[in-house]
Design a binder for this molecule. Structure first.
Ligand SMILES: [Zn+2]
Ligand SMILES: [Zn+2]
Length: 429
């Protein structure tokens, strides 16, 4: 009850309160972040804004950790160290939600093209919840003891941020956490609820480029060529057998060819075709097996087509690999108890794993292993959600130009859940 009231005050108050403590209007902050999204590796203004807020609140803040990363510490006596992480980057998406505070921001992407940007993955909610939690925990220091570590991470969408922050000494320059915690908004769950899941929660994500080579020539004389388009068609069909025939049916995996480009004209057989794939899996074994099967299939297809070795297809595993998120089961059990306490039993829901990716999983892979968990924060307006269930309507997914969290109840629930979880982890319950 106490938490609930405080959160409402947090949401509604505007200025410096009577005891001279900074009170941040979370809804204003959310709308400001929503209107000013920045792309991965370009979160300059966002990180600066949040860093200043945390300094004003009284945190010990270090900027520029692994790029635009911000680490804020609050050492509050003996006890556990808890890391709470929020990601900061937006996406090159043109917002079409029609919200009065919709993003109209444009920026240059890495190729120098002007693109619209949008917080289509809800990272603006994540940041706002983190600030709300930071505010509560510093204003109620007597309720807990330990070290709070806030991690504002850049470049989640391209899977570089967590890796860069770890490389830059996140777990060596700063107190090493006993627990790592994060949330992600859910586009399929109503606001007011959170979702928890022990074990594998989100997938390994790999991007793979395949260049299928051949010997080009005239479309009317195919016998004088080695046609990479026909070869690509064979490879794509063969790739379908990896999940259906090489991976155990009990192990989740995805091999999707999302892009194929080759040729310029009806009657010219090109020299090469380019394929782009996304791979998903949970375990390292399945990931490795999927990659080695792709290599075997492309090589085998080239051999059967009679290509010389120098024209075998080239398989490139892109290095923006995102490792799977494994939610530490004992930590999730603590969270479940905490959520039921802070939100009510009906509002903490066990959910199923997804094949989406999140680089938060990386924090749980650094030896010695730190118990790590990510939970889902319902973000869909209650009425919209119920109508969607009734009428069998598909809701806009994360990354959709129509995805718009129901800000106030979503943020309020996020702050309650995150604050309650942090307090319970500090207080050892
Ligand atoms: Zn995303
Ligand atoms: Zn995201």
């Amino acid at each position: 009850m106490k938490l609930f009231q405080l959160t409402l005050i947090t949401l509604l108050s505007y200025s410096i309160s009577s005891n001279d403590t900074l009170n941040i209007d979370l809804l204003d902050l959310y709308k400001d972040l929503h209107q000013n999204p920045e792309l991965s590796y370009k979160e300059f203004k966002t990180s600066k804004k949040l860093s200043l807020i945390l300094k004003d609140l009284g945190y010990e803040v270090t900027d520029g950790v692994g790029g635009n990363g911000v680490v804020a510490l609050l050492k509050n006596g003996e006890g556990k160290t808890v890391m709470l992480r929020a990601d900061m980057d937006g996406l090159p998406v043109k917002e079409k939600t029609g919200a009065s505070y919709a993003s109209k921001t444009k920026t240059l992407n890495d190729d120098g093209q002007e693109v619209f940007t949008m917080h289509a993955c809800g990272h603006d909610v994540h940041m706002t919840v983190l600030i709300g939690t930071a505010q509560y925990l510093i204003q109620n220091k007597s309720d807990w003891s330990g070290t709070l570590m806030l991690n504002l991470q850049p470049a989640e969408e391209v899977s570089g941020g967590a890796r860069n922050m770890i490389k830059d000494g996140l777990f060596t320059r700063f107190p090493r956490p006993d627990f790592n915690l994060a949330l992600h908004v859910s586009s399929g769950m109503e606001a007011g609820k959170v979702g928890y899941l022990p074990g594998w929660a989100m997938a390994n994500v790999d991007a793979v480029d395949i260049t299928v080579k051949g010997v080009g020539g005239h479309g009317a004389y195919p016998h004088t060529t080695k046609d990479p388009i026909v070869l690509s068609a064979q490879i794509i069909n063969q790739l379908q057998t990896i999940v259906s025939r090489q991976i155990a049916p009990t192990d989740p995996a995805v091999v999707t060819v999302g892009s194929i480009h080759g040729g310029t004209k009806h009657n010219v057989i090109p020299n090469e075709v380019k394929l782009q794939l996304t791979l998903r899996s949970y375990t390292d074994e399945v990931r490795n097996k999927t990659i080695s099967e792709i290599k075997r299939i492309v090589r085998g297809t080239a051999i059967s087509a009679g290509l010389p070795e120098e024209l075998y297809p080239v398989v490139e595993i892109k290095d923006e690999y995102t490792p799977a998120v494994f939610n530490h089961p004992e930590l999730v059990e603590k969270l479940r108890i905490s959520f039921e306490k802070s939100l009510g039993k009906d509002n903490a829901v066990k959910v199923s794993p997804v094949m989406g990716g999140e680089d938060f999983g990386m924090y749980g892979r650094v030896e010695p292993i730190i118990p790590t968990a990510l939970f889902w924060l319902g973000a869909v307006n209650k009425n919209v959600y119920q109508k969607a269930i009734r009428d069998d309507i598909v809701l806009p997914s994360l990354h959709s130009d129509l995805f718009l969290p129901d800000a106030e109840p979503t943020i309020e629930t996020g702050v309650k859940a995150m604050t309650g979880a942090a307090l319970d982890l500090f207080n050892g319950s």
